[in-house]
Design a protein around this ligand. Structure first.
Ligand code: HEC
Length: 309
């Protein structure tokens, strides 16, 4: 390599390094601008305090919360197959409506091309009102997975987001995350709107777009209680449970479903965990020191390899 080639190589390395540093500064600046823009929007009321977010009066919130916590019995329509006796059994930590360690089991079979649900549906109910109809995972259904309970606090604010906003966020994601995140928008039927489609936003698979729909679904699939929007009982591994079902369908007239949705809509969002924020998001001081490091390194490079040499 002659002297001129050496200089050209050094200059090109220098330019590459400078480009990387400038991109780093640009990224840091963009991240900070994004954060301050987000902070300027109005935050939802937050708190684990069992208080209404203001959508309904506290008395109604307390009554709706009591319905969410109520333990149902066989005479109320519980089962015949079910997972728990009350919504709050799985949505309780640290307050009613929140999360828990309770997981549900889903199962199916993959034939090399398609996923085939377990007989009776992929959800395998953990309990039954009679041992004879206890569901189990049958042989040949090798896909088995646990799904944890989700938080419902503040979900009214999620329900209020327009389809357009969610679509726009999904479209921006690949660019903003350099291809690492690409949210998939799906449209799902809203049961109380005669099956009209809306962008899904609740559940692990975005399977619902409204809280009334999710609550009717949970009443049936978690507790075995039918209501006008979902009036047909589940089976036990695809076998009818009619012989064990003593309450005529729909077992609830739909009032409870409305109460659950009203409760969730009036909950406050979970408060921001400041300890976690400090761990995940660099504070301004750390951000500035990162910039100083960049300037320092740039200075070192410039002093060693002056432009034009
Ligand atoms: C046995 C535990 C259990 C019970 C009981 C239960 N849930 Fe859930 N809940 C879950 C699990 C697990 C999920 C996630 C389900 C999924 O997406 O597969 C969930 C998700 C939800 C969601 C969606 C939250 C979100 O932000 O995506 C709502 C709303 C909800 N449940 C409401 C209810 C209501 C209302 C009841 C009572 C009728 C109820 N749940 C009873 C375990 C339970």
């Amino acid at each position: 390599m002659n002297r001129n080639e050496l200089k050209a190589t050094r200059n090109s390395r220098f330019l590459k390094t400078l480009f990387l540093l400038v991109s780093t500064v640009a990224t840091l600046t963009a991240t900070n601008t994004g954060a301050s823009e987000r902070q300027s929007s109005t935050e939802a009321p937050a708190g684990f305090d069992n208080m209404t977010n203001g959508l309904v009066l506290q008395d109604q919130f307390d009554a709706d919360k009591a319905a969410f916590e109520e333990r149902e019995l066989i005479s109320d329509g519980l089962g015949p197959v079910y997972n728990a006796q009350s919504c709050a059994e799985c949505h309780q930590n640290p307050v009613t409506g929140a999360i828990s360690q309770v997981c549900e089991i889903r199962s199916g079979h993959f034939d090399g091309r398609d996923f085939i649900e377990h007989p009776g549906g992929s959800l395998i109910h953990s309990r039954a009102i009679n041992a004879a109809i206890q569901e189990r995972v049958l042989n040949g259904y090798e896909i088995r997975t646990f799904r944890t309970s989700l938080n419902t606090l503040g979900d009214g604010f999620v329900e209020a987001i327009s389809d357009e906003t969610l679509i726009e966020i999904a479209q921006r994601q690949p660019g903003e995350s350099r291809g690492r995140i690409a949210g998939e928008v799906i449209r799902v039927p809203v049961l109380e709107a005669g099956g009209a489609l809306r962008v899904g936003r609740f559940g692990w698979k975005n399977q619902h777009a409204s809280l009334v729909s999710f609550c009717a679904d949970a009443y049936l699939n978690e507790m075995g209680i039918t209501s006008p929007l979902l009036p047909v009982e589940n089976t036990s591994n695809d076998a009818s449970v009619a012989a064990y079902d003593t309450v005529p369908d729909p077992e609830n007239n739909g009032e409870d479903v409305e109460k659950f949705a009203s409760f969730i809509r009036a909950t406050k969002a979970p408060p921001i965990d400041e300890v976690l924020v400090q761990l995940l998001r660099p504070d301004p001081a750390r951000c500035c020191s990162a910039r100083l490091v960049v300037l320092f390194v740039t200075d070192r490079i410039l002093s060693r390899l002056p432009l034009g040499q």
